[in-house]
Design a protein around this ligand. Structure first.
Ligand code: CDP
Length: 251
């Protein structure tokens, strides 16, 4: 993005505690989820979260490709996170880069720990995440979309996995960073968890926080995840009220 002078840095927090888009520190961006948005996939979901637009499609359990990855005692979870060339301000070079490989890996690992993989030996559960429009927090939006898509596909798992990024912006700990906050803030901490047990299945961090700030950030993220969880559940209920009984996640 190149270097910026101090005069170019936007005011991230007003004196009365309002953020660049008017939110309070503990406020999420508007979140809307449509379960079963695609006809061809086994399960799917479309997430609009602030200015993020993310589609997830799930296939499986199905035959493993490439074959040598097959595991005799469990299913493998494969994830491909991709950012469309037109999803960001400066055209993104199409194709897999290191960032999308890293994000695909951490998302696959998060799902491996919540899906009952032992029930489907020698198969693959394939998760595709397409970011159509990006404005920070896309790995979390992708996880949320994929999680609803997995439930929509009827894949048995411990629970839905809500995710959100928390961070430090102008010395405040804030929930759900948008792009300017991600770019000019001092820390970004995406997290995903199983709400009932509080078990974290994804936790990454860029930047610096004190131990006390980290504790406050985690608490804020957990509270945010619980709100996101309600929206995810509602999206599935809305679809299956119209279509018939919901597979996958127990009520
Ligand atoms: O999207 P997320 O916050 O999970 O990941 P990030 O690597 O922290 O990226 C933050 C944001 O930077 C993305 O959501 C995009 O809005 C933006 N970005 C971009 O403009 N061009 C890229 N090649 C990668 C990210």
């Amino acid at each position: 993005m190149g270097s910026v002078g101090a005069k170019d840095v936007p005011v991230l927090m007003s004196p009365d505690g309002k953020r660049i888009d008017g939110r309070r520190a503990d406020e999420l961006r508007p979140l809307a989820i449509t379960a079963g948005a695609l006809k061809q996939a086994d399960g799917s979901a479309f997430v609009e979260w602030g200015a993020n637009k993310v589609m997830a499609a799930v296939y499986g359990p199905r035959e493993v490709h490439p074959r040598h990855l097959q595991q005799n005692n469990k299913a493998i979870v494969q994830c491909r996170y991709n950012m469309a060339a037109f999803s960001v301000d400066e055209r993104k070079r199409p194709g897999l880069d290191r960032r999308s490989q890293e994000i695909s890996k951490v998302i696959a690992e998060a799902f491996e720990s919540v899906i009952f993989v032992e029930e489907f030996p020698r198969t693959s559960i394939d998760v595709y995440i397409e970011v159509l429009q990006a404005n920070a927090g896309t790995r979390c939006a992708g996880l949320v979309a994929a999680s609803v898509a997995l439930a929509d596909a009827g894949i048995p798992m411990v629970d839905l996995v809500p995710a959100v990024a928390v961070g430090k912006v102008a010395d405040s700990i804030v929930l759900d960073l948008k792009k300017e906050e991600d770019n000019y803030g001092s820390a970004d901490l995406p997290m995903a968890l199983v709400p009932q047990s509080g078990r974290l299945v994804l936790l990454q961090m860029e930047g610096h926080m004190t131990r006390d700030e980290l504790h406050r950030a985690l608490d804020l993220g957990v509270a945010g995840c619980r709100k996101i969880y309600d929206v995810m559940r509602q999206a599935l209920l809305d679809k299956y009220r119209a279509d018939g009984p919901a597979p996958g996640v127990a009520a």
